[in-house]
Design a binder for this molecule. Structure first.
Ligand SMILES: [Zn+2]
Length: 260
């Protein structure tokens, strides 16, 4: 039940605007995650779609996902950061809430198996990041059991909002925000899973792969995704262990839905 009437909502909006301005003054960027509004497809590329499809396959999450999607489309998700094993963001609701999602790193054995199965079949980084791969490789990478995507039991999340649901709309908005980010920066998927995508390239293709020539990669990726690729430094510090141990800055940690 919502006890926020229109005037309360308006008041909250003004309060949040003020709070954002205050925190920006202190040096927090508050960069909004730009997501298409209305009925335009949320994501367009292979990895963005694959991420969202995987998200929507978690039946435990299905009730919260639509609200999260509209939250994201309305521009309420800020400073979404994807690091090894961790996603953080600030989401505007009635207040500003801090969201943290931790994802267990891909098991070494599983990664080795994926590498072995894909051996010699991934021609270049560009093909991999664009999802231009054979059906066999795609099946291996997207397999719900042994593929690259995290399973619900490997995901934990927390939010500083007072919502007692297992997954609040702020977490759902953040998870969809990851899909939107992957649309323009698909390499972040591999950062999140704490694996090196060049491991999937065979040694002969590695020599000519775009990863060896970052300028070429950026140029081609810009053309490929129709966007300006910012030369943003990729966070490679290995933090999943730490991330799992670190408690959220504020608020309580909620159980993952898979704990049920
Ligand atoms: Zn929340």
């Amino acid at each position: 039940m919502s006890w926020y009437y229109y005037s309360d909502a308006k008041e909250a909006k003004a309060r949040i605007k003020k709070e954002i301005a205050k925190r920006q003054k202190k040096g927090e960027p508050f960069r909004v995650v730009e997501a298409p509004s209305g009925n335009t497809k949320l994501v367009k590329t292979f990895w963005g779609k694959a991420w969202n499809d995987n998200l929507e396959s978690y039946h435990d999450y299905e009730y919260r996902l639509p609200r999260g999607r509209s939250y994201l489309r309305q521009g309420n998700v800020y400073d979404l950061l994807i690091e090894p094993g961790r996603v953080t963001s600030t989401v505007a609701g009635s207040e500003l809430y801090e969201v943290r999602v931790t994802i267990k790193p891909l098991k070494e054995d599983d990664w080795n198996q994926i590498k072995e199965q894909c051996s010699g079949q991934v021609a270049s980084m560009l093909d991999l990041l664009a999802g231009k791969l054979g059906a066999g490789v795609l099946k291996i990478l997207c397999d719900p059991e042994s593929g690259l995507f995290p399973k619900p039991k490997e995901i934990r999340f927390s939010c500083t909002c007072p919502d007692h649901a297992d997954m609040c709309k702020h977490v759902a908005a953040t998870l969809y925000g990851v899909g939107v980010k992957l649309d323009t920066q698909p390499d972040l998927f591999f950062v999140l899973r704490s694996v090196d995508p060049t491991d999937l390239l065979s040694s002969s293709t590695l020599e000519i792969s775009a990863s060896q020539d970052p300028s070429l990669a950026e140029e081609d990726l810009s053309a490929l995704f129709g966007i300006e690729i910012e030369a943003e430094p990729v966070v490679i510090e290995s933090i999943p262990e730490k991330a799992r141990k670190t408690k959220p800055k504020v608020g309580r940690t909620k159980r993952s839905t898979s704990d049920k």
